[in-house]
Design a protein around this ligand. Sequence first.
Ligand SMILES: *[C@@H]1O[C@H](CO)[C@@H](O)[C@H](O)[C@H]1NC(C)=O
Ligand SMILES: *[C@@H]1O[C@H](CO)[C@@H](O)[C@H](O)[C@H]1NC(C)=O
Ligand SMILES: *[C@@H]1O[C@H](CO)[C@@H](O)[C@H](O)[C@H]1NC(C)=O
Ligand SMILES: *[C@@H]1O[C@H](CO)[C@@H](O)[C@H](O)[C@H]1NC(C)=O
Length: 242
Amino acid sequence: MTIKLMVLALYCKGSLAEITRELSVLVGNEVTLSCMFDTPHKLVEWSALSIEWNMVDKHAKKSMVYTLEDGRAHVYKEGSVVNETCLRQSDASLQLHNVTVGDEGLYTCRVINPLIYTESTALKVLALPSVLLPEKATVREGQEKTIQCDVTGFYPEKVAVTWLIQNGTQTIHAGLGQLSRVCNELAVHNPDGTYSIRSGITLHSSVLRGGEIHVICQVEHQTYNGLYNRSLHQSRFTVQPL
Ligand SMILES: *[C@@H]1O[C@H](CO)[C@@H](O)[C@H](O)[C@H]1NC(C)=O
Ligand SMILES: *[C@@H]1O[C@H](CO)[C@@H](O)[C@H](O)[C@H]1NC(C)=O
Ligand SMILES: *[C@@H]1O[C@H](CO)[C@@H](O)[C@H](O)[C@H]1NC(C)=O
Ligand SMILES: *[C@@H]1O[C@H](CO)[C@@H](O)[C@H](O)[C@H]1NC(C)=O
């Protein structure tokens, strides 16, 4: 009974090592997805080796990335590489070059050697937003002015755009009072898979009271980590007399 259990334990250890990890990469960068299998002999026997790399995207659609069978490699996905020198040393890691939003998904390698080994990586793709705000704006006395903040090319979709008004040492959140209105448009899905959003603030000239204020478009997105999780773009706002 004890021997039977031990054999079973060994069999499980050697045949199936399932690892799933998470990895994040910025659009346009390169990433390596690990697949380090065990070899019963020191060197990999080419004829006994079979490899399959597949990917399941966020719509649960499965596609083949790379296969090696009967000593022949087949690359299905452009820009993906399994280095053959490394492969002979039990490393079937997959390199992806110039990552795009469409590369996001669960990648799994399955090696038959003849032991079976699988390793998975959930790849998350991130794209940093670009924030554009006019540097200057003027409003006529007694009138209103709308300033647009364009936040483009980000991924994932979740983003928060808020406005701050700085008057001397005072900083207030805009859109709460009567002198300013904030309007956030719906996010647009770009052809490359990223998102863009536009936010506008409408200010009445009386918010200035003859002086000058700074209008700040504040963006919060997953790609801004720690200290850099928000981007402040300042706009100078002045009144033009009638
Ligand atoms: C494969 O990896 C080896 C060693 O890491 C490296 O010297 C070689 O340039 C790589 N080959 C390709 C085609 O990238
Ligand atoms: C990376 O991919 C994008 C989109 O597919 C393409 O426009 C760009 O030219 C590529 N860059 C390189 C260096 O291959
Ligand atoms: C800043 O706000 C205070 C009170 O809201 C106001 O009295 C002051 O004139 C403002 N300063 C400028 C430069 O707009
Ligand atoms: C954003 O950065 C500030 C420090 O500047 C930090 O206190 C805050 O927790 C960060 N928020 C997120 C969501 O990372």
